[in-house]
Ligand binder design. Structure first.
Ligand code: GFB
Length: 328
């Protein structure tokens, strides 16, 4: 375990505390003994509104900021809501980074996404692959917004000396994820499909695409620990990949979920849906060299997530309905 030197009574703003990542970051900060965690719900603070964000920062004066808020979703949500994905995320990043500069935040951690890298970047993808090729079309608007977030942090560091750093996580999953079947990412979507087929006594699971796409999956509590680690031990200009360095095919993922949840089920492929990027495996050498590695295997992470999903089925469906409603 790494040393934590930030004063435990420092004011720490977790922007996006109700989402998959934000909730995990709050859990990790509380576990580490932080007593002054600041949050603001969407109803309390529209992070796209610079005046409102400035007012909130002037009133609350956070010392540290975890910028993990955003409009997020899987391949289908990205393909159907490009304007929401680019506008919301560009505005959220711009207002929070600018207000953090205006009101003297000591340090800010911004989280991007692995979709910032070119569709056909050499695998595994190092941080240097950024902007070296064309992006994956299914999530290009979102990727452009996330790349802008990285460049914002670098520009405020260069012009104003701000200690704003960037982490670049791979595909994430875990408790409190979005399980809506249209807007979610693949792991929660397939987990719900397999679970509901089992409960309903059905033995066919619809899986999108061809199953040949490869993906890397990081358990969200590991990501939250990496965020705290970077906040404590990284002050560099460039972004840092955060992943496991291990990839599986969508077919393997579906088969694993079926083995764990409903072994009698079989897959029906819907190849009218896109595969998206063929691969997007992160090179995690830089983070490993800094002294951090993930701890939760995909199998353990699936077990823990499925236990949470079963125990919180109605809540998970509520998140799904909210996400689905936001999509319309
Ligand atoms: O997780 P996912 O939606 O997004 O899809 P990406 C990953 C792969 O899973 C694709 C397949 O090849 C899908 O065709 N898949 C199979 C499914 N069945 C399903 C299903 O029921 N639901 C979903 N959603 N996928 C995201 C970006 O790309 O990666 C985000 O769109 C973000 O913006 C995230 O960057 C990290 O992994 O393709």
């Amino acid at each position: 375990m790494y040393p934590i030197t930030t004063p435990r009574d420092a004011k720490v703003f977790v922007a996006g505390h109700q989402g998959l990542v934000g909730a995990a970051v709050v859990r990790r900060l509380r576990e580490a003994g932080f007593t002054n965690i600041l949050t603001a719900s969407r109803d309390q603070l529209d992070l796209r509104d610079q005046a409102a964000v400035n007012y909130w920062f002037r009133a609350n004066r956070p010392d540290y900021v975890y910028l993990v808020a955003g409009t997020v979703g899987g391949i289908w949500a990205n393909a159907n809501r490009p304007a929401d994905f680019i506008y919301d995320n560009m505005m959220i990043h711009a207002t929070v980074v600018h207000a953090s500069h205006l009101y003297g935040v000591t340090k800010l951690l911004y989280l991007g996404s692995s979709c910032i890298y070119p569709r056909l970047a050499p695998q595994p993808m190092t941080e240097d692959a950024l902007l070296t090729g064309l992006l994956e079309p299914t999530n290009e608007p979102y990727a452009i917004a996330k790349i802008a977030g990285i460049k914002l942090c670098e520009a405020y560091r260069k012009q104003h000396g701000c200690n704003f750093i960037s982490g670049m996580p791979t595909n994430l999953y875990g408790p409190n994820d979005n399980f809506d079947l249209q807007t979610s990412h693949v792991l929660p979507a397939l987990m719900r499909k397999v679970h509901e087929a089992k409960v309903a006594g059905r033995d066919e699971i619809e899986v999108w695409g061809t199953g040949s796409a490869m993906r890397e999956f990081l358990y969200v509590d590991d990501l939250a620990d990496a965020c705290l680690f970077l906040m404590e031990h990284y002050d560099g200009e460039g972004h840092v990949n955060v992943g496991t360095g291990v990839e599986v095919s969508i077919r393997e993922l579906a088969e694993t979920l079926i083995d764990v949840i409903h072994p009698d089920a079989r897959i029906r492929w819907d190849d009218s849906k896109p595969d998206g990027a063929p691969r997007k495996l992160l090179d995690v050498t830089k983070l490993t060299a800094l002294g951090w590695t993930h701890r939760t295997s995909l199998h353990d992470g699936i077990d823990r997530t499925y236990a949470w999903f079963r125990d919180n089925y109605d809540h998970a469906r509520g998140i799904a309905q909210a996400a689905g409603a936001a999509a319309h």
